[in-house]
Structure formats: structure tokens, C-alpha cells
Design a protein around this ligand. Sequence first.
Ligand SMILES: Cc1cc2nc3c(=O)[nH]c(=O)nc-3n(C[C@H](O)[C@H](O)[C@H](O)COP(=O)(O)OP(=O)(O)OC[C@H]3O[C@@H](n4cnc5c(N)ncnc54)[C@H](O)[C@@H]3O)c2cc1C
Length: 433
Amino acid sequence: MPNHSCPPSQKHVPSPTLVVVGGGAAGFFGALAAKQHHPELAVVILEATARPLGKVKISGGGRCNVTNACRDHRDFAAHYPRGQKALIGMLARFDAADTVAWFEQRRVRLKTEADGRLFPDTDDSQTIIDCLLAEAKRLGITVHTNTKVTRLTKTTDGFCVATNHGPFNASAVLLACGAHRPAYDWLSALGHAMVPPVPSLFTFVVNDPRLAGLAGISVPDAMVSVVVADQKQPLKAEGPLLITHWGFSGPAVLKCSAWGARSLHQTHYKAQLTVDMVPRLGFGEVEAAMAEHRQTHEKGLVINYPLQTTAHPPLAKRLWAALCRHGAGITETQRWGTLSKKQTTRLIETLKRSQWQIDGKGVFKEEFVTAGGTALAELDLATMESRHVPGLYVAGELIDVDGLTGGFNFQNAWTTGYLAGTAIANRFEKEKR
Ligand SMILES: Cc1cc2nc3c(=O)[nH]c(=O)nc-3n(C[C@H](O)[C@H](O)[C@H](O)COP(=O)(O)OP(=O)(O)OC[C@H]3O[C@@H](n4cnc5c(N)ncnc54)[C@H](O)[C@@H]3O)c2cc1C
């Protein structure tokens, strides 16, 4: 049984010691920054699993979307549904450019894709893992794998970190264990307000016969609006929309899921969804385009000739046919020239304002994140140190910050890990003097 009282004889760890709980992106970055800036500090990472950096490994479809090329701090911070304001200040201390420079100084080249996402040029997340592990080894950081922290206690001169392999004494602790629920309890017991965890970045389950046979089709540019019961303003997001076997996914849906993570959770993921498949055109413009299209294709079957405009690429034929059939009652043999006024109006309505019922939350396997965590008011955001317990620091997903897809969640981990690590180093540098 681990001894939680941390008598000095239990485990000899040189002092001062930083114990980092969690060997993920934030934990490694914090540990590395602390050791780099204060080499005399003993730094220990405790990781519950057999392999540290497990999420880095699976991130970005195995490629690891490290950060984003968006350079303006305000624009960058606008990608965080929670923590936006705090991020502006934190990015001023360590931003995406610093992340790129940090990796490049360690011979990891990052390449920028057309949409601004940055990946290692090897297209392999293992490159990031290898870099972080090699750096930890070079600096003399001890990584204890299969070491699960079970309790955190404040002692007179530091902390006692209880694990399945016995307790560790710590002069300072960096909690970077992601969305690990027990950490919420440790922090709460030490007097911190915790924002309850809810999932973010998910897809919408829509059980609707109109979607039958359409899985895999995407709409390159759609506007989705979600009305959640208690909210006056609908959540809106524009971008590609993907039809899946269970409903809707794609960047537009993921953005809405992130901004509405908390309100959708409250309504048990039941909400009204409106999809505009031609958002760059107003109703009048669609009507005009429809009239022109009708003239051009008077004798053509409606389902064979999807509406074409200069503003949008034509919808996939299968989707167009389904919209015609279900939305406007257009039969398979009906020609453009025979469309009634009512059918035309219904088709325009369907294109601009089709209604769907969200029945639940689906999983976006590529990336998901937990909203909630340590309330930001509980931390000094320049150092990530607790305002209640000196020497206790929190970083990464365990703080109430989460971002959209695109490298923003890792940037939160790099930034807050780095801030915590350098602050811890400074703390012990000062004590030395
Ligand atoms: C499938 C997937 C893909 C993703 N892809 C991307 C992407 O490409 N780009 C991006 O920006 N974001 C991505 N994310 C989000 C990103 O992975 C997280 O935001 C990021 O990993 C958070 O880092 P962290 O260090 O705070 O937490 P984590 O990465 O979760 O690390 C926490 C670590 O703590 C350990 N731990 C937990 N409890 C204990 C305990 N009691 N004792 C000891 N150790 C413990 C865990 O095992 C884990 O290793 C993805 C997420 C998922 C799930």
C-alpha cells in the first residue's frame, strides 16, 4: 500500500524537486521548461500509463497537428470557446511562433498546410514524441511510467504525491493530467473552484430518413445554426459539412459543438439544427439562379441537373436528388420546365433552411477535448500557479480552456506548460539566491 504521509525515509528524492503529474504535452513541456531554466531542480514526471504522450501519438490522425499558423494573438484566441480572453495574455508570453521555434531548435521541422494547421514534416506524430523524450533524457528528467497518482496532499514544506508505487515528496507540483476526474477532486479539496467537465468537439446524431444513403457526402460550404432551448441566439458556424452514417459532422458541426458544448450538454444533446447549403447567396439570389437554371435545362430532369451558381460548387447529385425528393416533392421524372411555383419555393427553402432534429452526441474520432477544469480565476495566469496553494501549478486540458480543431488544443498545452515550467524554475532560482 502506498504511504501517503511521505516520511522522508520512504523514497529519497533530491530536493528541491518538481513532481509533474501526467506525461502528456503539457506535463512534458512544463518539465522541460523548468529543468532547462533551472538545471539544479530535480524533475520527475509521473505517468499513469506505460507510454507517455499517448494523445500526441494518436493526434491529428497519427500526424499530430502541433499548432496553427494564425499569428495574431486575438485571432488565435478567438478559436477558444473557453479561455479566449486569458489566452491573449498567455500567448504574449509563449505563442505558436515560439512553439515552432522550440521544435525547430531541436531539429523538428513543422510544415504548414493550406488551412493553417502545422504538422511535423515527417507526417508522423512519433517525431514529436521522440523529440520530447530525447529532450527529457538529455536534461536528466526522470519519467516514471505505470505510476498512477492516487492522491495529492499539502505538507508543511511542500507536497506528498501518493502513487501506486509509493509516495513522492515534492517541493512543487505541476498538475498536467488532462481531463483525469480525480484531479478535479484533489484541486477542489485544496480549495479551487472547478468548472464541471463536459465533452467538446463532437458530431451530431440525427436520426432522419432523409439522410438514408447519403453517408460520405460533404457540402463544401454550409452554414449550420443550432438553436438550444435556453439560448436566445442560435449557435452559427460556416464551413464544410459532412453527412455520416449517424448524422452530421465536419468543421461547421465541430465548431458549433465546441461553442455549444455546455448548453448542448444541459439539453442532453437535443436541439434544432438548421442547414443553409448555399450561405453565400441570399434567398433572392437563389431564386434568380434557379430561374436561370430552369431556362437552361428546361427539358432536363431536375435530379440530374443540380443548381449551379458562381458562388458555390454544385451539390453532390445524390444529395441534390434527396433534397428535391424530400424537401420539395420533386419526382425522379420531373423536368426543370415543369416545376411548379410551390415546388420551386420549397426547393429554395430546403437549400437555404432545411430543419433537422439533433438527437444526441456522436464521437469525432480525430480529436475531442474536455471543456471545464480549473476555473481560471483560481490561477495566476502569468505563472499557472494556484492562488490558494503556493507551489502548486496547473496546465493543459486540466484548466478551463479548450479550443477548436486546428492545433489550438495542443497550443494551450504548450503555452500553459511552458509558463508553469519557467515560473517554477524562477521560483527556485530566487530561493537559491
Ligand atoms: C484522438 C485525439 C486527437 C487529437 N488531436 C489533436 C491535434 O491534432 N491537435 C491538437 O491541438 N489537439 C488534439 N487533440 C487534443 C489534445 O490531445 C489535448 O488537448 C492535449 O493532449 C492535452 O494535453 P495535456 O497534457 O493537458 O493532457 P493529456 O494529453 O491528456 O495528458 C495527460 C496525461 O496524464 C496522465 N494521467 C492522467 N491521470 C494520471 C494520474 N492520476 N497519474 C499519472 N498520470 C496521469 C495521462 O495518462 C496522460 O498521459 C486530440 C485529442 C484526441 C483525443
